[in-house]
Design a binder for this molecule. Sequence first.
Ligand SMILES: Nc1ncnc2c1ncn2[C@@H]1O[C@H](COP(=O)(O)OP(=O)(O)OP(=O)(O)O)[C@@H](O)[C@H]1O
Ligand SMILES: [Mg+2]
Length: 392
Amino acid sequence: MSKELIRLRNICMAFDDELVLNNINLYINDKEFLTLLGPSGCGKTTTLRMIGGFTTPTSGDVLFDGVRINDVPPHQRQINTVFQKYALFPHLNVFENIAFGLRMQRRPDPSDPRKKLKIPEEEIRERVMEMLEIISLKGFENRRPDALSGGQQQRVAIARALVNKPKVLLLDEPLGALDLKLRKDMQIELKRIQQQVGITFIYVTHDQEEALTMSDTIVVMDKGSIQQIGTPEDIYNEPKNAFVADFIGESNIIDGIMVQDKLVQMYGRKFPCLDGGFAPNEPVDVVIRPEDIDIVPVEQGQLTGTVTSVTFKGMQYDIIVDFKGFKWLIQTTDHSPEGARIGIKIDPDGIHVMKKSQYSGMFGDYSSFSDEYDELDDAGLEPDEEESGDEE
Ligand SMILES: Nc1ncnc2c1ncn2[C@@H]1O[C@H](COP(=O)(O)OP(=O)(O)OP(=O)(O)O)[C@@H](O)[C@H]1O
Ligand SMILES: [Mg+2]
């Protein structure tokens, strides 16, 4: 299960003078579902194209099974690709679309290696039918692509890539063209297909929820560099820096000082936490997820603030709370009206402390959610400071 299959070693890629991949180091295990996640232009497609053999790195190595393959052309790699625009052949039915690659293939004649043989019709039929079973489209063999839904077409595109039995399937935003409901169904479907056929999937998306749903491993990228590699749980619970914390889920990111192990100071007040390993009084970024904050009566709060907006979300309320001019998002099932003064409590395991980075100060303030309430908040600033100062 955990055998290394592909490795990218010190990969740099420059177009003209612009460095679009900056020292990428990454390994991908056999049968792993790995996702490259990041904003538009961060280098996801370029990385994928390098693995597929469509681009050669400016420097660094691509290894497959320990062998350097920088100069091996795409069709000689045991790798297949599904693109976002998965053009099926419109004049061929589903069966022939999937069979197409097999009909093109020639393999050496065992009795005379100089001769090449077609794949026998019987084997083609068997392998296409097996694929139809896997993608749950048995009985659709004779349909033309234009008589299929978007999701069905996408599954045919995947079957077409899988029928050649590659060791690795590369998928570049394959669900981008589908509407939200279908995307969600296809995410689960893709994960199931990957587990059933037992091959490595390398998946590209800029949708963090999609990445969290499907992946064994997520690689978060920004500006041509890897920001973090980990399981979905790692990436969500232990983001490495403010970029990752902001990109994956909702995060309040507050300036703090790590007084000592397991004690972080924010707003001049000390909060017990679980993190350690920082220098005494090291400036840090503190992540607090909106769902990890408890609303309590003002006199019991570690901090007190003013509710500046409330949005009903069905399962919970999203409320924006002003703490001395910095606005937090809190998700709660308790209703607090706009203008209310509230206290909050955060358990030690709801606090995550990160090193300062180039992204410090750029993310994690929800002010833009409730600009219209700014003036109201300023009026309440002074008493707030006094009240929250007597808690330590
Ligand atoms: N052939 C090329 N020539 C010049 N610049 C390129 C070329 N291909 C990609 N780039 C640049 O490299 C950077 C990374 O592009 P890439 O396509 O890998 O991004 P991406 O993460 O896939 O983005 P998206 O989510 O928008 O698809 C971009 O700044 C892009 O403009
Ligand atoms: Mg791309």
